[in-house]
Write a protein that binds this ligand. Structure first.
Ligand SMILES: O=C([O-])C(=O)C[C@H](O)[C@@H](O)C(=O)[O-]
Ligand SMILES: [Mg+2]
Length: 429
């Protein structure tokens, strides 16, 4: 068996995205993703995916060249290798990450988001070579299916008039009734039983009303609200007070560890984050100050599946819960999340996934949710297969784009509908 990497293929694509609203604006009609393929000397191909904006591509390209000739099983070696790739200072100095809404951008965060796709691709190739599923390479699954939550968004029915886009049948959701109707569709279509609402879009009282309407329509079901740090400490505490008895957790109500710690000190509602703890360096302060009770362990942010397991072990040590986040991702990442989630013993919350919003994929067969769960594949590798025609088509869309959609920019997309729109200052309320 020759497991040397002989080729690495990078394919940037644009995939359809509905007009989902968040505190910074609205999703563009197409969003960039990067598909990574790692090929071994024996002709085995492993796949991974991550963000596709230029700031990631410009790191992925030199990194891919460095991988050729290395062993596909040398996963630990990926990290020092990534450190050799220079990050342009313009990408980090004073830059806030827009796409993932995860706070200040650092060289480390950018590198890890790139490494994650290569780690997944290497694990996929290794698993195929050995005839083992990825979860077995991670130590084995402790569950046969992974539970996901319905990721509810305020949204318009369509992108603004005149914007080229793919249509969908979800309809608008801009008030409590619309949010409840969207939740019903999620349950009918996928069987989800827990619900997360992306907040920070409307004044807090409207979002409180939406959560109360969900609690009434789905009594006893776990509910979460995530305004991406849009509220002050005082507003966060008021929302916690109003919704305390129906929320499973409040996600990133206020921005940054100090503000989260202040909120946490004054409420019993658990706080979750995928913004103030997204790297190992951020754990110590947040955990020792009791700022977060649940970490959403996005494997793209953390640098892959094995780092996600390490994060889960640290959470276990500190009595902090683990959930999972991932935005605007396709089936490769859903498969990767499902494999790693199946190996984490202390995963006590349903994971987030945007997958139902992503109507397009690069796989021959889409992954499916049964009763809100994705079955853990026992096929070799991730258990997914690339559809090369689809990949080529979505890549062609990327090639044809004039550059305006190659960077995620929710504020720019919002300006199409509201020309005066500026990314709101935080706290917004
Ligand atoms: O849980 C989260 O914070 C996210 O999913 C961040 C994303 O950027 C989400 O807000 C989005 O895609 O609009
Ligand atoms: Mg969040």
């Amino acid at each position: 068996m020759n497991l040397a990497i002989t080729d690495v293929r990078l394919t940037p694509i644009l995939v359809a995205d509905p007009p989902l609203l968040n505190t910074q604006g609205v999703h563009q009609p197409y969003t960039p993703r990067l598909i990574v393929e790692v090929v071994t000397a024996d002709g085995i191909t492993g796949v991974g995916e991550t963000y596709g904006d230029t700031k990631y591509l410009e790191l992925a390209r030199p990194f891919a060249r460095k991988l050729v000739g290395r062993q596909v099983g040398d996963l630990n070696g990926l990290f020092p290798l990534a450190d050799e790739v220079a990050v342009d200072s313009s990408r980090v100095l004073g830059q806030v990450d827009v796409g993932g809404l995860r706070g200040v951008q650092t060289a480390d965060k950018l590198r890890l988001s790139v490494v994650s796709a290569f780690e997944v691709a290497c694990l996929d190739a290794l698993g195929k070579a050995l005839g083992l599923p990825v979860h077995a390479l991670l130590g084995g699954k402790v569950r046969d299916a992974v539970e996901y939550s319905a990721y509810l968004f305020y949204r318009w029915a369509d992108h603004p008039e005149g914007v080229a886009c793919e249509k969908d049948d979800w309809g608008a959701a801009i008030d409590p009734a619309g949010v409840v109707e969207q939740a019903r569709l999620f349950t009918e279509r996928y069987g989800f039983t827990s619900f997360k609402l992306k907040g920070g879009v409307f004044p807090p009282d409207e979002e409180i009303a939406a959560i109360k309407a969900l609690a009434e329509a789905f009594p006893g079901h776990p509910l979460r609200l995530d305004p991406n740090g849009a509220w002050s400490v005082q507003t966060s505490l008021r929302v916690a007070e109003e919704l305390g008895d129906v929320l499973e957790y409040l996600e990133d109500p206020a921005l940054g560890t100090p503000a989260m710690a202040e909120v946490a000190a004054a409420t019993d509602v658990p706080l979750a984050t995928n913004m103030c703890v997204t790297t190992f360096a951020e754990i110590k302060e947040a955990f020792t100050r009791g700022a977060v009770q649940v970490v959403l362990s996005d494997h793209h942010y953390w640098g892959g599946l094995r780092n996600t397991q390490q994060l889960a072990a640290i959470c276990r040590t500190f009595g902090v819960g683990v959930s999972m986040h991932s935005n605007t991702h396709l089936g490769i990442s859903l498969a990767a999340m499902t494999h790693v989630a199946s190996t984490v013993p202390n995963l006590h919350h349903a994971c987030d996934s945007h997958y139902p919003w992503q109507s397009e994929d690069v796989l021959t067969e889409r992954l499916t949710f049964e009763g809100g769960r994705v079955a853990v594949s026992d096929a070799p590798g991730l258990g997914v297969e690339l559809d090369r025609d689809r990949l080529a088509l979505l890549h062609q869309r990327w090639l044809d784009d004039d550059g305006s959609l190659r960077e995620r920019d929710d504020a720019a997309a919002m300006r199409v509908a509201e020309p005066e729109w500026e990314t709101p200052a935080v706290p917004r309320w």
